[in-house]
Design a protein around this ligand. Structure first.
Ligand SMILES: Cc1cc2nc3c(=O)[nH]c(=O)nc-3n(C[C@H](O)[C@H](O)[C@H](O)COP(=O)(O)OP(=O)(O)OC[C@H]3O[C@@H](n4cnc5c(N)ncnc54)[C@H](O)[C@@H]3O)c2cc1C
Length: 407
């Protein structure tokens, strides 16, 4: 069955943080918008993010420090113009998210900021422990009230440049095909690391929809990519009990004092070093035969989560890390009493489509935002910078795609 053709000014592909931010921004410019998304609106990696979102809002922080930390963590491979755009957009992005209903955690009147790996100052903001889920909840409501038309359970299958724009072919889960004609298209389909992990048979933190076909489509059309072979592992993937496979303990566990140990008990890395440094150190420790085995023989290292309450006082873990605490409790492990075994797990694509500071790719009328793009994080992303990327560049690219479509 073929549904009737549909036209719009801006077609948004994907409904994570980037797609939903973009759709709202495009509607604010007066453009007609269609979002197509593989599952329910907001089903995405964005909704899985626990750790938080970075922005230079701490009392001793500055966008300059955020800029330098981001470039340094990315091995100076980031595009300085994009990194500048990211960090300078940080405070405004938080203000906007708060205005649409994201309940950022406060201590009294002040936003709570935490120092995380690779950041020289406390800069990580949280909405409880499920920052991504809170963002998705608020963004979904903003999309629903924006007037954007949403096609759920619908995947982009092909994209073809035509006179005056693009023709997209979609496939819905009920098997129906349809076409959308759009003046501009904005790709926000994520980095697809779940699909990459499945291809090579390793565990990943990603949502099951996180497959890379949209990125591959854009590259096949001739869009320029960068750092496409640069992937990031999350340092602390759970390897035991088996029911937690692929789950990553948030990096805030280490911000709050959890320490990493070889089987001998030796500490082997600065727990607040950038993510790739910590992940590489864990892998090296295991390869050198200094790791500790899980009951099924899988090798990892110890993350001593019991240190968190020792450093901060009894009850801290249950309060600040209730989600991870409860996830382990359901598997019979109390992380306040027992340390846990971890090993890095595939997590994030650092590279992607080349964009300029307006989110424009190298193809006419084609925009992109979020994890599908490259250049914002160089070849290693600072934790918390991806959620920020989705909002800052989602909003910029959505507005730019709308302006071009309406011009
Ligand atoms: C477990 C986990 C924890 C994380 N924690 C943090 C954190 O604390 N802080 C942080 O900054 N970052 C974190 N990240 C990274 C961050 O969440 C993601 O990089 C970011 O949210 C990506 O947003 P996005 O909008 O670009 O893509 P996604 O959120 O991945 O959304 C992509 C969307 O595209 C849709 N899609 C895909 N293919 C198609 C297709 N063919 N047709 C139509 N739609 C399609 C998907 O269904 C989805 O809706 C975490 C990631 C994971 C997996």
């Amino acid at each position: 069955m073929t549904a009737p053709d549909t036209r719009c000014d801006v077609l948004v592909v994907g409904s994570g943080g980037a797609g939903m931010s973009a759709a709202v921004a495009a509607r604010e410019q007066g453009a007609s918008v269609i979002i197509i998304t593989k599952a329910a609106l907001g089903a995405s990696n964005t909704g899985r993010a626990q750790g938080g979102i970075q922005a230079a809002l701490g009392p001793e922080d500055s966008t300059e420090a955020h800029f330098e930390d981001t470039l340094a963590a990315g091995h100076d491979d980031g595009d300085p113009v994009l990194v500048r755009t990211l960090v300078e957009g940080g405070p405004g992005a938080i203000e906007w998210l708060a205005s649409i209903g994201v309940p950022f955690t406060r201590d009294g009147d002040e936003l709570r900021v935490i120092r995380c790996g690779g950041a020289r100052r406390p800069r990580l903001l949280q909405a409880g422990e499920r920052t991504g889920a809170e963002m998705v909840r608020a963004l979904r409501a903003a999309v629903r009230t924006s007037g954007a038309r949403v096609r759920e359970s619908t995947a982009l299958m092909s994209l073809v440049p035509v006179a005056g724009g693009w023709r997209a072919t979609t496939l819905a889960k009920d098997g129906s095909h349809s076409e959308v004609m759009a003046t501009t298209v904005l790709l926000a389909a994520g980095g697809g690391m779940g699909g990459e992990a499945a291809r090579i048979g390793v565990k990943s933190t990603n949502h099951s929809d996180a497959t890379p076909e949209v990125l591959e489509m854009a590259l096949a059309l001739g869009a320029t990519g960068r750092d496409l072979d640069s992937w990031q592992r999350h340092p602390t993937g759970a390897i035991w009990p088996p029911g937690l496979g692929g789950y990553a303990l948030p990096e805030t566990t280490r911000s709050y004092g959890a320490t990493l140990h070889a089987a001998s008990g030796e500490q082997f890395v600065d727990e607040l070093a950038p993510r790739d440094v910590v992940a590489d150190a864990i892998i090296r420790t295991v390869e050198e035969g200094r790791g500790a085995p899980a009951p099924d023989g899988t090798m990892g290292v110890w993350l001593d989560t019991t240190a968190i309450d020792r450093v901060n006082g009894a009850g801290f873990t249950a309060d600040r890390l209730a989600y991870v605490h409860n996830r382990y409790l359901t598997q019979g492990v109390d992380i306040t009493k027992e340390r846990v075994l971890v090993h890095p797990v595939l997590h994030y694509r650092n590279g992607g489509l080349v964009i300029d500071e307006h989110g424009h790719t190298t193809l006419d009328g084609l925009y992109a935002a979020g994890e599908i793009t490259g250049g914002v994080h160089g070849t290693n992303r600072l934790m918390g910078n991806s959620l920020l990327d989705t909002v800052v560049f989602g909003r910029i690219a959505g507005a730019a795609a709308a302006r071009e479509a309406l011009s």
